[in-house]
Every structure is written in C-alpha cells, then in structure tokens.
Design a protein around this ligand. Structure first.
Ligand code: AGP
Length: 613
C-alpha cells in the first residue's frame, strides 16, 4: 500500500520520480505528490493518478536534482490534494513521504499541538514530519538523529523518506514493517518501495532491514544504522529483472498479459525442480529442513486473499498425497488470537508480494513460538522471503495487475511440488501415482495454453450475457472448491459484481434461496470422484431457473445438455485440475470487467501490496 520513489544525483529528479511512481501505481492510486528541493522546497500534490499529477505539475517549475514522491492508498483521511504526500514540517524545512500507519498519531498530534504545531491534513504522516521538526529544533539535532529520535517515539509501521532544505545533498530513509530499497547508480541514488522503478537505472540495490535508518548523501558511501544507533553493514545485491517484464507487452492490461504468461510462468516454477523421467522433485528449502517437514505434527498455512485460496488447495494436496494434517488460516486471524503453535509445527506463509502485513505478523508470531517458518513467495528479496527460515520462490516474474492470476497458478504449482516431495519422503504415495502426477505436471503448461487459445471467443460471448448481472454464485467440489472461491474473488474485485464461492453441496443449506433466473451460477464441474453429485447440484440450480455456466472436461456430455454454457478444459489428474479450471474464470472476470468499463489493473479501493493490518 502506497509507493515511494526518491532521487538524489545530478539528473532532473521530477521525470525520474514520475516514471517511478507510474511503476508503483499498483501499490495505491488515489492521490500522488512530489517534493523537489532546489534552494526552496516545492511540493506538488494531486488527488487521482500519477498522470493527473504529471499534467498538473509539468508546466510548473519542477527543476531540481533531489526529490521524493508518493502514490497513496488512503488510510487516514480522504484521498484529496491536502492529504496526499509529501507532507511538510511546520517550518517548511522538511518534506516526508510515508508508507504504513503511525498508530499512536493521535497522542503525538495532541502533544505537538500543545507545543504550537498546526496541521493541515487528516493524516497520521503529517504528525511524524512535525515530530522530526520538533526534535530537530529542540535538541539541535542532525536530520538523521532527529529522524531516529522521532522513530523511537512512534508505534506502527513505516517506510519513510525525508529531505531537508538545509541539507540539499542528503536523503534520510528508514523502514519498519514496510519495504524500502536503495538503488546505487553512478554518483546518484534512487530509493523506492520495491525494485521495479529502479531497474532501468541500476541493478545494484540495498534492501533496508527492519528498523534500519539510511543516510544517503552525494559523494559519500551510504550509511546504515539500526534504530538504536548501531552501525550496520548493508549487503549490495544484484537484482535480476529486466525492463520488458514491467511493460504490458502489447496487451491492453497487465492482467491480460499475466493471464497469458501462465504457460511460461508455471513452467518456470517447475524448472530444475522436477524430472518426471527420473522421478524426482527437488526443492532446496525442503531438503534443508527435511526432518522437520517429515516429522511435523501438522503444517499451518497462513495467507490472505488469493494466496489463501492457494493454501486451501495446498491443504487438499498435502493431506491427500503426503498425509500430513494441514490447517489453513487467514493470516490476520491467526495473528490476533492466541493459537496453539509449537516448535513441532511448520508454518508456511504464502504471498505473492512477500509484504502483506497480516501474513508478516502471523509469521513473526510463528517464529516467536518456535515453529519452522517457510515462505512461498513471488517477489525476490521481499520481507517474507527474508524473514522465513527457508522457502521457495514461485518465479512468476513481476505481477502488476492488482487481481492475482499467475501468482495463483505459481503458488499452486509450488504446493504441488512440495506435496509430491513430502509424499515421497514419507512414503505415502504409490510409485505409479507419483510418476503419473509428475508426467501430468510436465504437460500442464501446454494444457494451460490450450485452455487459453480454445475458449477466448466463447468466454467473451458469455461475458456479454453476464455483464449486467448484480450477483453471481461459484460452486465447486474438492479441489475445485477453492477455485470457486478464487473465481468469485476475481469477479468481485475487478467488475464490482457481488459474487460468492461455495462448496457445491453447501448450496442447498442456504444459498439456494438466492437462485432465480437472474442468478448466474458458475459450476466448476470437472470432478471425476463426485461427478454424479455435481450433476445433481446443477440440476437443482436449473430446477430453480438459475443460469448455469459449467467448466467441464473436454468431451463431457451430460452436463453439456443441462447447462446453459459449458467451457471445456483438457483432462488431467484431479489434484492438478485447479491449474486449468481457474483459467476460464480469470478470463471471464476480465472480459466482464472490461465490458462494464472497469479499470481491471487498478480496481477501486484496492492495492496490490497490502502493507497495513
Ligand atoms: C487477489 O487478486 C488480491 N488482489 C488479493 O486478495 C491478494 O491475493 C492478497 O492481498 C494477498 O496478497 P499477497 O499474495 O501479496 O500476500
């Protein structure tokens, strides 16, 4: 939530920051702002998107070689020009951008008001810049010391970048529970919430660690200290990403590009990790903790949103194949109750961004209680990746569309590999079934391509039939139940149609009351094990005049005669079906949203990386 970009060097800062903010817009897009230092401190802010700020500020005097920028996802205060960041200190000497929440801002605000401070915005952030100003003035502190002192008084999460009119060649940055990366160029520095705005300028980066403060000054090496003022030795990493990965590549929206990348991203997730002919699965992180995994009394999977749906599929996979009990938890719920967690547990955190605040806090709790923590993450170097004891990247590449697509199939692929690896280690799977699953996994990327190429025209037609509906139901059994939840989430988040996912058999316990001729019901009906039962569920919907769109295995006859529409996917073994059955649901939600005139990459009220609890 919220994106930060800053520049310090010899180039013009404004275009670099605008460009960077556009790359970070997926993190928040309700208001934006930039502060440029050039003898005076100039601040430009606008409600709306980065392009609105660009149009507003470009004709103005934006000249200067040091600046900070921000794209906001509102927490405290409406998205308007005043609440947009950067915020200035009362004496207009400092400007600050912030990603996170200052939880004790009310207390700090009233204390500062008593000292004569006046606030323009409703934000928690403005309080922090006034606090830094106060300490700087009161104790005659350097900028970095004032920032450090202020942060010791703050409760909450922050990534901040501060500039000071009286220190025109210096930037001070700090982080706790929100990410911050420093890019090192040739006599210039870039800072951002993640690496994406930086890679066109440099691949050399420092990922700030928890509660670290960096002083970035022209002509001097970067100095990093802990909040307790102890000098740290930051590691400079080479980031392996290229600019094409951040472009739409000819598609109208990133979401569509990402849907179509799935044959490649699923293959990338398996690359070097599986050999069907020789019958092995290799996952470095699992090898490292083999004993812990095989002897774990249970595995807990913690995640949010789409990643939580992947975890549910993980539960089915681990229990069926590896016979390990699994509990799937909403990370936010796991964190704020008092769960029974011991050193015999393994906690797997699943997250595309690796920055989700709820998942991070659940992970910290698991670590405190001595559990082994494992991350299934997409973003390399992210906080979850660094906090866990071990883990596996899904290697899906940057996912920029707010609606998660390729990360979901990457997570499910990785969980399948893990389940197979553990099943083999625990000897809970027959050699024949193990080999069959490995061979089927190998051809899944081709089958995803087939789903994508064969169904698009039909899906567009169905989307047109559904686009004006106000509600929808998604039903599935077994491995397809989490897919039903994921289909419903995709539809509601990008098209704003209310949708619910249910286990198909649960429909008769309540939701059936909703069914009439206006209710589209998507049934993921590829199951072999409960085939007759799912047919009965479809009959029950049809008997109440529901409009049924069924996802079926190609060549299926019975459902094709009852349903209003069927979308065929290639046959595969049941545990791998989600990797195929989710694809038509992603495409359906995409086309429905487009027909309703929605911005699918930046749906209202959402952000890609949810760094607040
Ligand atoms: C999915 O389409 C979402 N926009 C959202 O639910 C997301 O999956 C969730 O916020 C978790 O994010 P993470 O995977 O980055 O942790």
């Amino acid at each position: 939530m919220c994106g930060i970009v800053a520049y310090l060097g010899k180039k013009e800062a404004f275009p670099i920051i605008i460009n960077g903010l556009k790359r970070l817009e997926y993190r928040g897009y309700d208001s934006t702002g930039i502060a440029i230092l050039n003898n005076e401190l100039k601040v430009f802010k606008k409600a709306g998107k980065v392009s609105d700020l660009e149009a507003y500020a470009s004709p103005l005097d934006t000249i200067g070689n040091i600046g900070i920028g921000h794209t906001r996802w509102a927490t405290h205060g409406k998205p308007n020009d005043t609440n947009a960041h950067p915020h200035k200190s009362g004496n207009s000497r400092l400007a600050l951008v912030h990603n996170g929440i200052i939880e004790n801002y009310k207390y700090l605000k009233s204390a500062l008001k008593e000292l004569g401070h006046h606030f323009d915005s409703e934000t928690d952030t403005e309080v922090l810049v006034h606090l830094i100003e106060e300490l700087q003035k009161r104790d005659d502190l350097s900028l970095e010391d004032a920032v450090r002192e202020a942060l010791t008084r703050v409760v909450g999460a922050y990534a901040i970048v501060v500039i000071d009119k009286d220190n025109p060649t210096k930037i001070v940055a700090a982080r706790k529970d929100s990410p911050l990366v420093i890019g090192i160029g040739n006599e210039e520095y870039y800072l951002a919430s993640d690496a994406t705005p930086l890679i066109e300028y440099t691949k050399k980066m420092i990922y700030l660690n928890e509660e670290e403060i960096a002083v970035v000054e022209l002509g001097k090496p970067i100095e990093v200290k802990s909040i307790d003022n102890i000098i740290q030795s930051p590691t400079i990493q080479e980031v392996d990403m290229n600019i094409e990965e951040l472009e739409k590549g000819g598609y109208d929206y990133f979401m569509m590009k990402e849907i179509h990348q799935q044959p490649a991203t699923v293959a990338d997730c398996m690359r070097g990790r599986i050999n069907a002919e020789e019958g092995w699965v290799h996952l470095g992180g699992v090898n490292q903790y083999e004993g812990k995994f095989t002897n774990a009394s249970r595995i807990i999977m913690a995640a949010c949103g789409t990643s939580w749906h992947s975890a549910l599929i993980g539960e089915y996979l681990f229990e069926e194949l590896a016979r390990i009990p699994v509990e799937v938890e909403y990370a936010s719920e796991l964190r704020y109750r008092n769960p029974v967690l011991t050193e015999n547990d393994v906690v797997i955190a699943i997250s595309q961004s690796g920055e989700t605040a709820d998942t991070l806090s659940a992970l910290r709790l698991a670590k405190e209680r001595g559990a082994l923590t494992y991350g299934i993450v997409n973003v390399v170097g992210s906080s979850i990746a660094r906090l866990t004891d071990a883990g596996s990247y899904i290697h899906a590449g940057p996912e920029i569309g707010v609606a998660s697509t390729k990360a979901f199939t990457g997570q499910v692929t990785l969980l399948t590999l893990m389940a197979l690896k553990l099943a083999k280690l625990r000897n809970t799977i027959s050699e024949d079934y193990y080999r069959q699953l490995l061979f089927e996994l190998k051809v899944i990327p081709k089958k995803i391509s087939q789903v994508l190429s064969q169904n698009e025209a039909h899906i567009k037609y169905i989307a047109n039939e559904i686009k004006d509906k106000t509600n929808a139901l998604y039903l599935g059994r077994g491995y397809n139940f989490p897919v039903a939840l994921e289909g419903a989430l995709k539809l509601k988040e990008i098209s704003y149609i209310h949708a619910e996912g249910y286990p198909a058999a649960e429909m008769k316990h309540g939701p059936i009351a909703l069914i009439d001729e206006n209710m589209p019901v998507f049934v993921i009906a590829t199951n072999k094990s409960a085939y007759e039962k799912i047919i009965s569920n479809i009959q029950e919907v049809k008997a109440r005049k529901g409009y049924v769109i069924a996802i079926v295995i190609e060549g299926e006859k019975t459902i094709s005669e009852i349903a209003d529409h069927v979308i065929e996917i290639p046959d595969t073994v049941e545990p791998l079906v989600p990797l195929l059955s989710v694809i038509p649901l992603q495409l359906l939600s995409y086309y429905i949203a487009i027909l309703r005139g929605c911005n699918v990459d930046q749906p209202r009220n959402l952000a890609k990386s949810v760094t607040v609890e």
